[in-house]
Design a protein around this ligand. Structure first.
Ligand code: ADP
Length: 308
């Protein structure tokens, strides 16, 4: 288990920013940590990275306890905080060599690395070749994010915690950085917070949603898309036109919407209406050219779980 959070509370004065939060993240998972502004995402990430102490509960990262093993945990994790604090007057390469020095030339698993070689490797990995000799202050937001990611992974951490890693990036940079996170996620545990639902759809295996400091969902993306109010929506294309009124007679169908020509959307509160649709088509001499379950978007799910 890479991150284990059990019954965690965090109070800022009277306010409970985290209210009995529990979840687990396994090695090799990319988990999206979602919630509206002020839900407690950054607070949770700061606690898991040992930047902030919790009020109560247990937090283990890479098998170590945040209270007793804070320094050991920091050696094993990579962290990109929300506002990506960087030394703007340092040059990209100089800064990354400085960070490599902080880890005393050792990767998270203890093996030694050559500082210069490792920095070159990171620069190539995150695509900073052209910018490596520039001052960080002269870089665009997207390139600064790349520097932030490079410093987070320079010591090859087991666990990567990224607080809104793609906020403010342009669409091309978004694609690059997401691909990079996906590649890193093949071998690491990644916990990332984001506001962008397409991002969750694009890269996360599992989603944890918090609202007002409390966990409201923890599921795989696929499971989450299937649950909710259990309403099933089926897209069907027949070979010819048919009367809507007759299609509404299909057993279990609550509503029928015409998409275009012979294409229809059937919705139902029943478990699965596909067999009934197939049977109906057969009986009425209709051919089913396409039939698929329309997945709910993460955006719909997020709204349903966190809306007022
Ligand atoms: P998120 O990252 O989901 O936007 P945060 O963890 O930043 O949420 O904040 C959760 C809640 O805790 C918010 O209501 C915020 O105002 C409050 N909060 C965060 N940091 C502090 C702090 N240092 N002092 C007082 N309240 C804070």
């Amino acid at each position: 288990m890479s991150i284990e959070v059990k019954n965690v509370f965090k109070y800022y004065g009277e306010q409970a920013a985290l209210n009995d939060v529990s979840f687990k993240i396994n090695s090799g998972e990319i988990v999206g940590f979602l919630g509206p502004n002020g839900a407690g995402k950054s607070t949770m990430m700061k606690i898991a990275t040992c930047f902030l102490t919790k009020s109560s509960g247990t937090v283990k990262v890479a098998g170590l306890n945040v209270e007793n093993d804070s320094i050991e945990i920091r050696k094993k994790i990579g962290y990109l905080p929300e506002h990506n604090p960087l030394y703007l007057d340092m040059y990209v390469k100089e800064y990354l060599e400085f960070v490599a020095g902080l880890y005393k030339g050792r990767l998270a698993d203890g093996t030694k690395f050559n500082k210069r070689e490792r920095v070159t490797e990171m620069i190539n990995l995150v695509g900073l070749e052209k910018e490596q000799n520039k001052k960080i202050g002269a870089l665009s937001k997207g390139y600064r994010q790349r520097v932030g990611l490079a410093q987070a992974i320079i010591h090859d951490p087991e666990v990567l915690i990224l607080d809104e890693p793609t906020s403010g990036l342009d669409p091309n940079q978004l694609v690059d950085i997401r691909q990079l996170i996906l590649n890193i996620g093949k071998t690491k545990t990644v916990m990332l917070s984001t506001h962008i639902m397409q991002e969750v759809e694009a890269i996360c295996d599992r989603v944890i949603i918090i609202k007002d400091g409390q966990l409201v969902a923890d599921d795989t993306k696929a499971q989450m898309q299937q649950q909710g109010d259990a309403k099933q929506v089926i897209f069907v294309e027949f070979d010819k036109n048919f009367s809507r009124n007759q299609l509404r007679q299909i057993q279990g169908v609550n509503s029928v919407k015409n998409v275009d020509g012979n294409q229809w959307l059937f919705s139902s509160t029943e478990a699965d209406i596909r067999p009934a649709i197939s049977k109906f088509a057969q009986q009425n001499d209709l051919l089913v050219l396409t039939m698929r379950i329309e997945e709910k978007s993460m955006e719909d799910i997020f709204k349903a779980l966190t809306g007022k």
